[in-house]
Design a protein around this ligand. Structure first.
Ligand code: DON
Length: 588
């Protein structure tokens, strides 16, 4: 394991609707508005509600649903590693937060090893089917499809990576017995769990699309009605899939009956079939890649390189900001947000042109993060007003490059898991099925991803090839940014978020709030978002809208529903969970 340190310096589901089952679960704890919070986690919920970090001595876990946190805590308490706990967390998330991540999706994992001090990453990203062509998302006349025409159905489904990633992580980094890691998820799937407010509202909002496929409709809209908060939802098909995975490992998923069902569902999707085959599943492999680490003040910020644009874009933003005194300006100064906003725009311009799966296209990572290149781009920030125009730069490259600008569309789901175990290991994993409810296709109790719509729908831009075009076997460019900050080789902060391309801004902001503005993890996570990717400033609240407008920005007020989960590793462990979502941080 080594870091790349860049000197920059199915139909089988049987849901039971509350009315028909008459067994609505009374929430165990004081969770917001009907969320099922196990009693043990009441302290975690209380800390979150009060805006305080959760403290612990030995281990900590922060994830998107209390039942998933509880499953991970059980593993850690029994002496499992962070990788073991992650398997249990992911298995439960696929049940209780099915719209965001699961067996039908993909994930990236960043790992700091407590014993060796080394950092590495595992790439469990979906792949384009071997029969995919660059025109996958174009109509007969070569025009890009409308986003949801591409998403809903089989066309958008990439070969899932998550089951293989769970096993790869466990084989390399775990020590608990594999089958036991699925016990909580299997029990919950069979006994049922209370539908959370977030799941219920997302089902209601997506009912028309979910109703297009019978297996999906029957699960999320039993008797034609969207699931309601507190309904007890059972998923025996998922329990059966997990049992197969627990008993036989990923072979049971990538070959045999489950693989055949996935392929039949994708190829048979009415109106929008896909080209995934059993060969695509059989040849899927997780890739171990070097972590991408960039310096920021006295820290190294380590994350996921290509096919994710996460670490490089977060790294560019921080590198562009390094010469400026953000600490002196503070979080209330519009000037700080001018710098952050335009640094982000500059980094997104480069991302749009250069970032893609580096196994398929040359990506000038070294050039993009070289100190002299960043200095030249950073000098552009020395004015007083919003930059009138932003264009990609010309970083040094080892391979001739003449790229068109990316035209991919990314909309919000996804989940982030942060774990620190009792052995000094730290794990940061962002996991997704892409859009909320992915492709809306459901097989054997889990949803299939629509990750392929993270590719650019167009393959060319004014005659130039687009780096992130569809190619067979290629992994679509991601924005997921699971991150670990280290100081003097020791991990000090573990974080990440959902949010599509907004992830990059959520993560960069949280790092700046913690490093420059001295906030604790809960404050840093909760700090209102101000995000600028492509010109307009997206604001979560009106604070600073007037001064930013005066600087020349177009300002939009909107929800920015991140799902940040962060753990600070200091004298004690401190955990923060995003108040915008249902997750918790908990430790002992
Ligand atoms: O890999 C990516 O960047 C996206 N497919 C992640 C999707 C996402 O985070 C949606 N979020 N709310």
């Amino acid at each position: 394991m080594r870091a790349l340190f860049l000197a920059l310096g199915i139909g089988l589901c049987t849901p039971v609707h509350a009315q028909q089952a008459a067994d609505t679960v009374a929430p165990e704890g004081a969770g917001a508005g009907g969320l099922q919070v196990p009693g043990l986690l009441a302290r975690a919920q209380a800390a979150k509600d009060a805006g305080r970090p959760v403290e612990a001595e030995n281990w900590m876990i922060a994830a998107a649903h209390p039942l998933a946190v509880e499953a991970g805590a059980t593993v850690l308490r029994a002496g499992g590693t962070a990788a073991d706990a992650m398997v249990a967390v992911q298995a439960v998330l696929g049940l209780v937060e099915p719209q965001s991540s699961g067996l039908g999706g993909g994930a990236f994992l960043v790992w700091h090893d407590g014993a060796s001090g080394e950092i590495t990453t595992l790439d469990g990203r979906e792949t384009a089917p071997l029969d995919a062509t660059p025109t996958l998302f174009q109509d007969a006349s070569g025009q890009p499809l409308e986003f949801f025409d591409a998403v809903v159905g089989g066309r958008s489904v990439g070969t899932p990576g998550t089951p293989a990633l769970l096993k790869a992580a466990h084989d390399r980094l775990g020590q608990a017995a594999w089958p036991g890691l699925f016990a909580d998820a299997i029990r919950l799937a069979e006994e049922g769990f209370a539908v959370s407010p977030r799941l219920a509202s997302l089902v209601a909002g997506d009912a028309d699309r979910l109703a297009r496929f019978p297996a999906t409709r029957d699960y999320f809209l039993p008797e034609g009605e969207p699931l309601a908060v507190g309904d007890r939802l059972r998923n025996p098909a998922y329990a059966e899939t997990l049992r197969a995975l627990a008993t036989h490992g990923p072979r049971a998923f990538y070959t045999g009956e489950i693989a055949a069902d996935i392929v039949a569902t994708v190829q048979g999707a009415p109106g929008n079939p896909g080209v995934l085959t059993e060969t695509d599943l059989a040849v899927y492999r997780v890739k171990e890649r070097p972590a991408l680490c960039v310096p920021y003040h006295s820290y190294e910020v380590c994350g996921m390189g290509p096919p994710s644009s996460g670490a490089s874009t977060v790294g560019q933003i921080l590198g562009l900001l390094s010469p400026f005194d953000l600490a002196g300006l503070g979080s209330d100064d519009p000037e700080a947000w001018r710098l952050i906003g335009d640094a982000s725009r500059l980094a997104f311009a480069d991302r749009g042109r250069y970032l893609a799966d580096s196994d398929f296209v040359p990506v000038p990572l070294k050039g993009l993060l070289a100190s002299d290149y960043l200095k030249s781009r950073s000098d552009l920030l020395r004015g007083d007003d919003a930059l009138p125009e932003i264009a990609p730069g010309r970083p040094e490259f080892d391979h001739a490059l003449n790229r068109g600008d990316d035209q991919s569309i990314e909309l919000p789901s996804t989940s982030h898991i942060s774990i620190v175990d009792g052995y000094g290991n730290a794990l940061s994993m962002t996991t997704t099925i892409e859009n909320g409810f992915g492709s809306r296709l459901m097989v054997r109790g889990f949803l299939l991803n629509n990750e392929l719509t993270d590719f650019s729908f167009a393959s060319h831009d004014e005659g130039r090839l687009i780096a992130n075009r569809v190619e067979p076997g290629k992994r679509p460019r991601s924005s997921m940014a699971p991150t670990i900050l280290r100081r003097d080789g020791a991990p000090v902060l573990v974080l990440g978020s959902p949010g599509g391309s907004l992830i990059i801004g959520y993560v960069a902001k949280t790092i700046i709030a913690w490093v420059d503005w001295g906030m604790d993890v809960q404050e840093a996570v909760a700090l209102p978002h101000l995000i600028n990717r492509f010109g307009p400033y997206d604001l979560e609240e009106p604070r600073l809208a007037a001064p930013l407008r005066a600087m020349g920005y177009e300002v939009t007020l909107r929800d920015l529903t991140s799902g940040l989960h962060a753990i600070e590793i200091g004298e004690v462990l401190q955990g923060g969970a995003d108040p915008r979502r249902e997750g918790l941080a908990y430790g002992e």
